[in-house]
Design a protein around this ligand. Structure first.
Ligand SMILES: Nc1ncnc2c1ncn2[C@@H]1O[C@H](COP(=O)(O)OP(=O)(O)OP(=O)(O)O)[C@@H](O)[C@H]1O
Length: 313
């Protein structure tokens, strides 16, 4: 992954006790304090956790009720235009005009961002090429598939060459192939262009695949933030998979006093001592089973949202 040279002196996002209540009744964000460094960051939480509210505050579209926020060192409540000139936003909802071409629309968004006419046209072509819509750029958006519309929304967020992209549920409505393509694109934007990206999602597996770090929120409160590698570090559980004979192996391990839990095709065994590794290998050899995998299981991001007592074996 590339370094983020232009941003390394400024923390990407910092909040202090950020709070937002709607109409004095619904608390969308509560006392959220977090520091986020440049990279591809997953902002995760269930529906209603407060993700969209957080994005809108960062863009200066809505004001916090309390607390403070800095984006690229700027205060969006004081300098929203400056923030928006350096930040690209892909909203969650369908927000595209159906009766213009993607080229016209993205050029228009470039003009709104302050680019001169020719530069806006050139940048629009470039952004549409990056998202894979170059060939289709003169077609009316109304005739696009959902995947193409998502790409057009991403192109308009990229047109003014931002330092930070805020993507609200970028894989919404896409089929598995479209989802994979969108995730690969987001990853490429972070890795090749050196643009920081905040990906808002309730799909934890997606975020785990492409993000360097994570901010997890629940009920508007910070659950955890940190690097993805720290959150998915090796657990003290061994995962064993044999191509056949799993019930026999489970029985053999239990006879040795190793507690076994079944998860799909895998057997999970607590790594209570160094011995466990060798005991499993011996049992597999004695039963003459085809071993498919034996490794220390990594924690999954989903476990953050699981009650502690069920998160481990
Ligand atoms: N304009 C509003 N007026 C009143 N309540 C709102 C408003 N916008 C959001 N909320 C409420 O604030 C809470 C957080 O909503 P928000 O949209 O920020 O969550 P989210 O994590 O983005 O959820 P989703 O994934 O469903 O979009 C929810 O309870 C929501 O109903």
């Amino acid at each position: 992954m590339l370094a983020f040279p232009t941003l390394c002196l400024v923390t990407l996002i910092v909040t202090q006790a950020l709070t937002k209540t709607y109409g004095g009744r619904v608390t969308a964000l509560a006392d959220l304090s977090v520091t986020v460094e440049p990279g591809v960051i997953g902002l995760v939480g269930a529906n209603g956790a407060g993700k969209s509210t957080f994005l809108k505050i960062m863009l200066g579209l809505i004001e916090p009720t309390d607390g403070s926020v800095r984006v690229l060192g700027l205060d969006p409540t004081v300098e929203p235009d400056k923030v928006r000139s350096r930040v690209g936003y892909m909203p969650e909802n369908e927000s595209l005009p159906p009766d213009v071409s993607a080229a016209e629309f993205v050029t228009h968004m470039g003009r709104i961002s302050g680019l001169p006419r020719t530069a806006a046209r050139e940048r629009a072509s470039e952004a549409l090429r990056h998202v894979g819509l170059y060939e289709e750029r003169y077609r009316q958006i109304g005739g696009y598939s959902t995947g193409m519309k998502q790409r057009a929304k991403l192109a308009q967020a990229l047109v003014h060459d931002p330092d930070l992209l805020l993507l609200d549920e970028p894989t919404n409505g896409l089929d598995p192939a479209g989802r994979d393509a969108m995730l690969a694109l987001v990853h490429r934007i972070g890795a090749e262009f050196g643009i920081s990206v905040v990906v808002c999602s309730h799909l934890l597996g997606e975020v785990e695949r492409i993000c360097d770090s994570l901010v997890a929120i629940e009920g508007g409160r910070l659950l955890r933030s940190g690097s993805m590698s720290a959150m998915t570090e090796a657990s003290d559980v061994l995962a064993v998979e044999v191509s056949e004979g799993a019930p026999e192996l489970a029985a053999a391990l239990e006879a040795l006093g190793l507690p076994v839990r079944h998860e799909g095709r895998m057997l999970l065994v607590p790594l209570e001592s160094e011995e466990a590794y060798d005991q499993i290998l011996r049992a597999v050899a004695e039963l003459d089973l085809p071993l498919h995998r034996l490794d220390q299981r990594r924690h999954r991001v989903a476990e953050l949202f699981t009650p502690k007592e069920t998160a481990d074996v």
